[in-house]
Design a protein around this ligand. Structure first.
Ligand SMILES: CC(C)(COP(=O)(O)OP(=O)(O)OC[C@H]1O[C@@H](n2cnc3c(N)ncnc32)[C@H](O)[C@@H]1OP(=O)(O)O)[C@@H](O)C(=O)NCCC(=O)NCCS
Length: 170
């Protein structure tokens, strides 16, 4: 094993992906507040107050939401969630994900998203969907890498968003 492989295997041991728990709420608020302005803008448009961060954190515990976090040394460095959407015969869920800038590009986003989708499939989700800014190449590539397809675009204020979907065959 060369030094690079050692470092990457150490990194693998150091992170943990798990379901969010009530005790994580304060840490999740801190996590959202610690994001860069650019990432906050992606999540919430302009302006991201303490109330916004609290709202984001609290919504992770909504009964129709499933949220997974990535932890490194006890600190939250990423969160992904899906929200069940009704009605319809197909069980649908809307997906969101964020990894702290200091930990991006290391494969954590993909691992977290794959776990989230596995969890959704276990819960019966047959269609995942999301909206992503057409300029957010990192996120679009991430979603495509796990099988999402970009469909039509929609306008959201001054932003153009792709509507992306992932269907799970029966
Ligand atoms: C999108 C995001 C979650 C990706 O997380 P990440 O941990 O950096 O992603 P990974 O390292 O696991 O990379 C997964 C895939 O994303 C794509 N990707 C990652 N970094 C990229 C970059 N700089 N440019 C282009 N594509 C990139 C690649 O397809 C990559 O797969 P590959 O390594 O097999 O080529 C992260 O950039 C983020 O939190 N962005 C801000 C929030 C956001 O945009 N959320 C989505 C809103 S809809």
């Amino acid at each position: 094993m060369n030094i690079l492989q050692k470092v990457s295997s150490l990194e693998k041991e150091a992170f943990k992906i798990r379901e969010i728990a009530q005790r994580d709420k304060e840490k999740l608020i801190e996590f959202f507040l610690s994001l860069s302005d650019e990432t906050k803008y992606i999540l919430n448009g302009s302006g991201f107050t303490f109330q916004d961060a609290t709202g984001y954190a609290e919504s992770a515990f909504h009964p129709l939401t499933r949220s997974l976090i990535v932890e490194i040394s006890g600190k939250i460095v990423g969160e992904a969630r899906y929200v069940f959407i009704f009605p319809g015969i197909t069980i649908m869920a809307e997906v969101g994900i964020v990894i702290h800038e200091s930990f991006q590009g290391k494969g954590l986003g993909k691992k977290l998203l794959m776990k989230l989708i596995k969890d959704g499939i276990k819960m019966g989700v047959r269609k995942f969907q999301l909206y992503v800014d057409v300029n957010n190449k990192k996120a679009i590539n991430l979603y495509k890498s796990v099988g999402f397809k970009a469909n039509e675009t929609i306008l959201d204020g001054d932003r153009t968003l792709y509507y992306m979907t992932l269907y799970i065959p029966r």
